[in-house]
Ligand binder design. Structure first.
Ligand code: SAH
Ligand code: SF4
Ligand code: F3S
Length: 445
């Protein structure tokens, strides 16, 4: 315990709400670690909190709108408790900066993703009535020495790099998270050893371009092999991979290392070469398909997923048809689909936003329907097979059913198995739909 918490017998309670990607979830755990060392405690109830922090996402307009809606609600709470300190963290903090202080006077502190070490100091000032803003981006901050405060579970997120230098023309991330930088290999391995000792069964290495990780001689292929060697009984996953950085060495590492999961999220964004070029994605469809073929040859049974944006400026029906054709060819196990949202400061912002929302939605609907059929076709042959499943906990729909995932990241639902959380069970698959496999554990002989 630090001297600060010693001085203050009644530590202040913090409530954190997180939006956006896994990197942001991992950042909230970092923030938790920093505030814990600063003597703060945590609550899952906003009503009990002295500090409310929203760790925000700016990736699309609707993400920001949701957060603004939440702020309205918190505003009402602040009226009844003027001592409540409200903070905006994360990508929106970076994007909107002082706009929050001026327009939305209910916000006390605004802290961007590279300034979380200053949180305790900024909060102390906020309790004295001083509002604060810290939104400098850093070329070096990786929080390598900070121990994240993880919530219970068997699966841990671990950020290995921050920022992004790819500048896809639609994307705000290079502006909200700054330049790409990697954590030290030693720091990462130290954390993985701690996780292994703490009983974690799965680690997901995170970065907006996780496979462009580099620390001196150590590239991502070397890193993930070293992580997997820490404890062979721990599953290792990673996300997100840019196709450009999907090296042969990495493909080989996945193929030859048993505890690296056979699942790659490999966003393509569009199946039209004209659109890919306007997006500055640095590959064309032929190159992407060659990569997929190489991956499938090296890693039999690998599962692939993608992100697709519909309605990028100037996208025609032919471009959309090309995306559908590419998806049919690749046969993804899963796809996340997004309506294009124009973001200030990006290159694409200057291209206008000429595709009507109804057209964007119609295209996404078509893609989703087709993808569902593809996933169902891919899952169907799994009926009757027995798959190893890492048990995670109660399924979202009911406490009576439990869920876990296969090595290939497919969700499996089976009868209650509380004792088995963290174990790998052999599950006999009885039925499937496009998103989930259902079965029951084989009874040991
Ligand atoms: N670094 C990851 C992507 C992170 S953002 C990668 O390059 O793969 C997650 C997804 O959000 C992107 O893959 C993209 O499909 C989507 N996205 C990003 N900016 C967007 C925008 N302006 N409008 C719509 N979707 C967007
Ligand atoms: Fe955004 Fe492209 Fe970087 Fe992904 S690679 S975070 S889409 S700029
Ligand atoms: Fe959103 Fe920032 Fe992640 S914009 S998707 S929280 S990097």
């Amino acid at each position: 315990m630090t001297s600060k918490s010693f001085q203050s017998p009644d530590p202040r309670r913090v409530y954190v709400e997180t939006y956006g990607c896994q990197m942001n979830l991992a950042d909230s755990e970092l923030v938790g670690g920093i505030l814990k060392s600063g003597g703060y405690t945590f609550t899952g109830e906003m009503a009990e909190a002295d500090v409310v922090l929203l760790n925000t996402c700016a990736i699309r307009e609707n993400a920001e709108q949701r957060i603004r809606g939440r702020l309205g609600l918190i505003n009402a709470r602040k009226r009844s408790n003027p001592h409540l300190v409200v903070g905006i963290l994360g990508c929106m903090a970076e994007r909107l900066r002082d706009q929050f202080l001026e327009e939305e006077r209910l916000v006390d502190i605004i802290v961007g993703p590279d300034e979380y070490r200053r949180l305790p100091e900024l909060l102390e000032s906020a309790f004295e009535g001083e509002r604060g803003i810290a939104v400098r981006l850093s070329r070096v901050e990786t929080y390598d020495d900070i121990e994240p405060l993880r919530t219970e579970g068997i699966s841990a997120w671990l950020s290995v790099m921050r920022g992004c230098d790819k500048f896809c023309t639609f994307c705000v991330v290079p502006f909200t998270r700054g330049r790409e930088r990697s954590r030290s290999q030693e720091g990462i391995l130290r954390e993985v050893r701690n996780l292994a000792e703490g009983g974690y069964r799965e680690v997901t290495l995170l970065g907006q371009n996780v496979n462009s990780y580099r620390d001196g001689e150590c590239d991502f292929a070397a890193l993930i092999k070293a992580v997997a060697a820490v404890d062979r009984s721990i599953r290792v996953r990673f996300t997100t991979s840019h196709p450009q950085d999907m090296s042969d060495a990495l493909i080989e590492a996945i193929a030859t290392t048993e505890n690296i999961c056979k699942y790659i999220h490999l966003p393509v964004q569009s199946g039209s070469d004209r659109i890919l070029s306007l997006m500055n994605r640095t590959y064309n469809t032929a190159g992407y398909l060659r990569l997929v073929e190489k991956i499938r040859r090296a890693i039999p049974g690998v599962s692939l997923s993608t992100d697709i944006i519909s309605g990028f400026p100037t996208e025609t029906d032919e471009d959309h048809a090309a995306t559908m054709a590419l998806m049919r060819e690749v046969q993804y196990d899963g796809a996340y689909t997004f309506l294009y949202s124009a973001r200030e400061r990006t290159k694409a912002w200057e291209m206008g936003d000429d595709i009507p929302e109804e057209v964007k939605s119609a295209r996404v609907t078509e893609i989703v329907a087709m993808q569902r059929l593809i996933a169902l076709e891919l899952n169907r042959p799994l009926v009757g097979t027995v798959l190893p499943v890492l048990v995670e906990g109660p399924s979202k729909k009911s406490d009576a059913a439990y869920m876990g995932r296969t090595d290939t990241n497919k969700t499996v639902v089976f009868p209650h198995q509380h004792e088995a959380v963290g174990d790998t069970l052999q599950i006999h698959i009885e039925r499937v739909n496009s998103a989930t496999l259902f079965g029951r554990p084989l009874v040991a002989a």
